[in-house]
Design a protein around this ligand. Structure first.
Ligand SMILES: *[C@@H]1O[C@H](CO)[C@@H](O)[C@H](O)[C@H]1NC(C)=O
Ligand SMILES: *[C@@H]1O[C@H](CO)[C@@H](O)[C@H](O)[C@H]1NC(C)=O
Length: 206
């Protein structure tokens, strides 16, 4: 009886592992502006796909205090910080669509916090969740779920993507209130936030 159960649970889990491996292969790589697959650990600038939507992504000093927030330059130009991607899937070196990635600005700040993106507090006027920087200390979320974002391809637009927070790979049994990443202007500063308009973006190798 006992060994039957063991075989049953083994086959269940092997099936699961195989299903997960297949899923990993099925997701297409995210492409940069020259059509190359995004690699983990390599610097890319994120910028709006359409002009007049602000500039490259950067760190924003929201209110003369730490931590810094994820945001955008006011205008398109050479300013801004690149980011690196770290896939949640162990051993993965390619950044794939609809998979969870940790996104970290390649920059040093005066703050002691990490420059990894994290879902932060709600902005009081709009009730939209801001994207701040720092390591998720499991504040009400399982594991580091607050640090994982995904990249979804825009239908009919090659190389154009949306960013989303919906870390179901980090926690498959969780029911997240997922949100797409867009811009929120506060005191003339462009912050990134969930729960509003979506900002289509492209990835440019630094
Ligand atoms: C900025 O900080 C000041 C002082 O702590 C506070 O009164 C103000 O509400 C803050 N502004 C924002 C946008 O958080
Ligand atoms: C954008 O402009 C505002 C207002 O002039 C300024 O406070 C802010 O620092 C600027 N943002 C960046 C990223 O330079």
């Amino acid at each position: 009886m006992k060994s039957m159960n063991l075989i049953g649970s083994l086959s269940c889990c092997m099936w699961l592992v195989m299903a997960m491996a297949t899923a990993a292969q099925d997701s297409a790589p995210v492409l940069d502006t020259s059509g190359q697959a995004l690699q983990s650990g390599v610097d890319y600038y994120i910028k709006p796909a359409i002009t007049d939507n602000g500039g490259r992504f950067t760190l924003i000093d929201r209110n003369d205090s730490c931590p810094f927030y994820a945001g955008q330059e006011n205008t398109s130009g050479p300013e801004g910080f690149p980011v690196t991607f770290a896939p949640f899937a162990e051993g993965e070196t390619v950044v794939r669509e609809t998979r969870d990635q940790k996104i970290t600005f390649s920059a040093f700040t005066i703050c002691v916090q990490s420059t990894a993106w994290k879902v932060g507090e709600t902005q009081s006027e709009t009730q939209r969740r801001l994207i701040v920087t720092g390591i998720d200390q499991n504040e009400g979320l399982p594991g580091p779920a607050g640090n994982y974002f995904r990249i979804n391809k825009q239908a009919d637009h090659d190389g154009v993507y949306n960013l989303q927070w919906c870390p179901t790979e980090v926690c498959p049994t969780c029911r997240f209130i997922c949100g797409d990443v867009g811009a929120l202007v506060e005191n003339d500063k462009r912050l990134l936030a969930l729960d509003g308009s979506v900002l289509p973006v492209v990835f440019e190798k630094a």
